[in-house]
Design a protein around this ligand. Structure first.
Ligand code: V47
Length: 379
């Protein structure tokens, strides 16, 4: 079936996509049932065509990437999430906690290219005081004043607040004073409680995650949002998750980018589950782009998707490729076979060969220009 919608010629063999295509091309918002239809469509290329249309309407060929470094100060965690291969119990021989000096040295190590962002997340440690995390951030700011600190998921914020006997607001204020600039999108998983109770029953519930994000945005922080898919969740759970994020974004506008994360089962309590396939990953990117009309960016996290699938996703709705990373632990503990980091040059090659235009960005999506080993941020 081929329909001409305005100046666009849209072709699909799936009749359910026709009315959805008309709405997408008219810039109208899709609803829950339409989200489900996108997941269930037998015509994934048509879904991808629509997502690419939206992506090009928003960003043309521009594809963002950033030069960042992940730091995971500890893997010791009080939670025992079935989805996780990273966390270790206190006293476990494979557990580690970085001394502050070690964390600062880790930040400085890796590629010689000057990073513009530190991405800091870790386990919910039973004993480390809130001051450890504040000192960690203060020390980084002192040593690397130009580097943006994207630190602590909503789950960590809520946990640190509880341990320090502070409100979420007080906790966020202290983090800001120490030098936290924004927050990563982890810990969201799937908001539906029947899924959460199986994959991560020790974490804050979905509503608390959303409430913490809302408050952070109201206080002026920007944050990201993720969704972990490819385990026990249904299509309806995915649509529910995405639309709950869209609702908060309508209120605050504080989310910068959405990052769909494919579940890696190896070394987790859910290792009987299969890994996601390439088309599931690609469809996930496309559906996210189509449903999240109020999110500026959809990020392909190559560590999780593999560089090849991440590159293809740049023509299925993604406009952002994360990042140099340098040393990834959470996915590699769960069996990821991707390299641990990538250079700036390699990221640009992936983007250019996808027919897109690479633009280096900082965390807040300002363009970055480079001179030798330093950088300038255009505000
Ligand atoms: O919250 C944990 C996921 C997340 C597994 O904000 C797993 O820019 C798959 O949030 N298989 C952490 N996934 C990573 C994350 C992230 C990554 C890149 C960029 C940003 C950003 C955020 O990883 C966790 C959880 O959802 N995760 N274990 C696993 N076995």
């Amino acid at each position: 079936m081929e329909t001409t919608l305005g100046q666009h010629s849209f072709r699909t063999h799936d009749a359910a996509l026709e009315p959805i295509a008309a709405k997408v091309l008219a810039g109208e918002r899709l609803d829950f049932a339409e989200g489900l239809a996108l997941y269930r469509s037998t015509d994934v290329l048509a879904v991808g065509w629509l997502a690419n249309h939206v992506r090009e309407r928003m960003h043309g060929d521009v594809t963002y990437f950033n030069v960042n470094r992940h730091i995971n100060p500890t893997n010791v965690c009080v939670a025992s999430c079935r989805l996780c291969a990273f966390g270790r119990k206190k006293g476990d021989a494979a557990g580690y906690t970085m001394a502050l000096e070690e964390a600062w040295e880790t930040a400085a190590s890796g590629y010689s290219e000057a990073v513009t962002e530190f991405h800091i997340v870790g386990g919910l440690h039973p004993d480390l005081p809130f001051e450890y995390f504040l000192d960690l951030v203060r020390g980084l700011k002192e040593r690397f004043p130009k580097v943006h600190i994207k630190a602590f998921t909503m789950v960590e914020v809520a946990y640190l607040a509880r341990r320090a006997k502070l409100t979420i607001e007080q906790t966020l204020l202290r983090m800001r004073e120490a030098g936290v600039d924004s927050m990563p999108g982890g810990g969201a998983e799937i908001f539906a409680s029947h899924v959460r109770s199986v994959i991560c029953d020790h974490k804050i519930d979905g509503q608390e995650w959303l409430d913490t994000a809302r408050l952070a945005h109201q206080m002026g922080f920007r944050s990201n949002a993720t969704m972990l898919y490819g385990h026990i969740e249904s299509d309806a759970d995915r649509v529910d998750h995405i639309l709950r994020l869209r609702e908060v974004q309508d209120e605050t506008g504080g989310f910068q980018t959405f990052i769909p994360l494919a579940f890696h089962p190896e070394n987790t309590a859910l290792d009987h589950l299969p890994v996601t396939t390439g088309l599931t990953d690609i469809r996930q990117v496309a559906v996210s782009r189509l449903l999240l009309d109020n999110f500026a960016h959809i990020k392909a996290y190559w560590q999780m998707m593999t560089p090849k699938i991440a590159q293809i996703s740049l023509r299925f709705g993604a406009d952002d490729l994360d990042g140099t990373v340098v040393e990834e632990k959470i996915y590699h503990d769960a069996g990821a076979k991707t390299p641990q980091g990538m250079t700036r040059k390699e990221l640009c090659r992936l983007i250019t060969e996808a027919g897109r235009v690479p633009v280096e960005r900082d965390t807040l999506y300002h363009a970055v220009t480079r001179t030798e080993d330093s950088f300038l941020i255009a505000v």
